[in-house]
Design a protein around this ligand. Structure first.
Ligand code: OOG
Ligand code: MG
Length: 258
């Protein structure tokens, strides 16, 4: 497993795409793929990175259809992956980055076991619009299997968090599903989706994350950001790209590339 984590590490840091791991390791299943993913995170920690959150992936039908994969998965976010929306994102430093609109939760306190949607909602202190910058280490960013994408930390690369609102400004978790998300590229509307496209309601992505982590005897620590997964397909980035996520009641979130 350690060698697979190193292969992915080298692909990422040298910006060289590789063949899916399952081609040469047909026995790689989801459980061993999560071990590879965690080994990759340990390598990043050895370089001084700190875990600051988790991401859920493939939580919307649009994303599952785009990637032709069936089940939600999780990945780990480190401090180095947090991109400031004021900074131009250098597309050439990625392999084939893509952007996608998300909702992010900030957990004020840890979650042990599997919470109800209410408990998950109450553990959040902040809720924000977010844009995830994905980048697969695999050739062409497509046709990989679930274990491949799990081992590759769910194609994590960077994430941009918009201006958060206090969780208390939402009456109930049900209201989160009604948020209308509009994703723009170069000021042109690319896609629009209700946040209910994300797991039925984005808070249910947080519950699903707890289910996945609990099954692996892990808990979700406090003071972490959780990305709920994209509501629409991801959009390929170019150095000229400018992305905006409009999702009332949040302020618009914009960032540009170079
Ligand atoms: C897998 C990661 C999916 C999401 O929000 O659904 C994801 C991929 O698309 O490469 O981050
Ligand atoms: Mg995502």
């Amino acid at each position: 497993m350690e060698n697979l984590a190193r292969t992915l590490w080298t692909a990422r840091t040298s910006r060289t795409e590789i063949k899916p791991l399952t081609l040469s390791n047909p026995d790689l299943d989801a459980a061993s793929a999560y071990s590879v993913m965690w080994q990759g995170i340990r390598l990043r920690e050895e370089e001084g990175e700190e875990i600051i959150g988790y991401k859920m992936g493939l939580t919307s039908k649009a994303k599952r259809e785009q990637m032709n994969l069936k089940e939600p998965i999780y990945g780990v976010l480190t401090d180095l992956m947090h991109w400031d929306s004021d900074d131009l994102f250098p597309v050439a430093e990625g392999i084939h980055p893509k952007a996608e609109p998300e909702i992010a939760f900030h957990l004020g306190r840890p979650l042990h076991g599997v919470p109800t949607p209410e408990e998950a909602f109450e553990a959040c202190d902040l809720i924000a619009p977010a844009i995830e910058i994905l980048d697969s280490r695999f050739e062409g960013f497509k046709y990989f299997s679930l274990p491949d994408v799990i081992a590759d930390n769910s194609s994590s690369s960077y994430f941009v968090i918009g201006e958060p609102l206090e969780r208390m400004s939402f009456k109930s978790w049900e209201d989160l599903g009604k948020i209308q998300m509009q994703f723009y590229h170069q000021d042109k509307l690319l896609n629009t989706a209700a946040a209910s496209e994300i797991s039925g309601n984005p808070i249910l992505s947080l519950v699903a994350l707890c289910e996945l982590l609990t099954a692996q005897h892990r808990t979700v620590p406090g003071n972490t950001w959780i990305l709920a997964g994209a509501a629409t397909p991801a959009c390929a980035m170019t150095p000229e790209s400018k992305f905006t996520l409009k999702a009332k009641p949040f302020e618009d979130l914009t960032f540009s590339c170079q």
